[in-house]
Design a protein around this ligand. Structure first.
Ligand SMILES: N=c1c2ncn([C@@H]3O[C@H](COP(=O)(O)OP(=O)(O)OP(=O)(O)O)[C@@H](O)[C@H]3O)c2ncn1[C@@H]1O[C@H](COP(=O)(O)O)[C@@H](O)[C@H]1O
Length: 213
């Protein structure tokens, strides 16, 4: 746990061997465990290397090393430091990346399903924009170019974030229809991107020249 200590708190801790702190809100000393009985029995106190933490009078930066009689944290946890920053970041990132990949894979599956429907039935079935694109290469390429241009215009014309996200959605979707015609899976594209993680774009461009010569 973390608490604030002044010289009196330190002196009390040394004499009583119970971790004692200074409450800045009540301007008084308090001993951990005085109400809960969960005392921390201090068997050593550590100062920093050059002891300047003690010289800065009001509040001291020291470490009490002790054996707790019960949970140290007011939440009942053994320690107050039970929240791992790295674990929390990983959990948030994992949830975010799961949602992103599920969205892409489910759109990909719909697009490939439309392609399969065209290939396996002679009837046109339900009207489908994807099928129209799959059956008309010129239309598909003109839509990809048009959507890419609209995305650029969100920047050039200072349009809002929502508009940029929507135009990117259009670019992605139409490009994914082209990928279905080329039989390229999203995983192949993501794999290409992952492999580029370790190299800067400038380095990669430079190495292309060397490969040619
Ligand atoms: N994500 C999309 C998607 N994004 C855009 N579009 C269509 O693409 C077409 C062109 O979009 P535009 O914004 O360019 O529309 P526009 O009519 O040209 O309008 P302007 O740009 O001229 O203003 C429209 O008909 C949109 O509805 C999409 N059509 C389908 N999908 C996905 O594909 C699935 C299957 O769709 P269907 O094949 O139509 O059943 C859908 O459930 C969606 O998940």
């Amino acid at each position: 746990m973390q608490g604030f200590a002044n010289r009196d708190a330190l002196a009390t801790t040394i004499s009583s061997r119970k971790a004692t702190f200074y409450s800045r809100s009540r301007s008084s000393l308090w001993t951990k465990g005085e109400t809960s009985n969960n005392f921390i029995n201090v068997y050593d106190i550590f100062l920093d290397c050059d002891h300047d933490s003690v010289m800065t009078t009001l509040l001291l930066q020291i470490i009490y090393l002790g054996k707790p009689d019960g949970p140290t944290c007011h939440t009942g946890s053994e320690t107050c430091y039970y929240t791992s920053v790295l674990d929390s970041l990983e959990t948030e990132q994992a949830a975010g990346s799961r949602l992103a990949s599920t969205t892409l894979y489910s759109l990909e599956s719909t697009v490939f399903q439309r392609r399969a429907e065209i290939e396996t039935t002679t009837e046109s079935g339900k009207p489908s924009w994807t099928k129209r694109l799959l059956l008309n290469q010129d239309l598909l390429c003109s839509k990809i170019r048009e959507e890419a241009d609209e995305l650029c215009r969100t920047l050039e014309d200072n349009e809002d974030k929502g508009r940029a996200a929507s135009e990117m959605g259009d670019v992605l979707y139409h490009a994914m229809v082209l990928l279905a015609l080329k039989d390229v899976k999203m995983e192949d594209v993501l794999d290409v991107l992952r492999r580029r993680f370790s190299q800067s774009g400038i380095e990669e461009k430079g190495s292309r020249g060397k490969q040619k010569s």
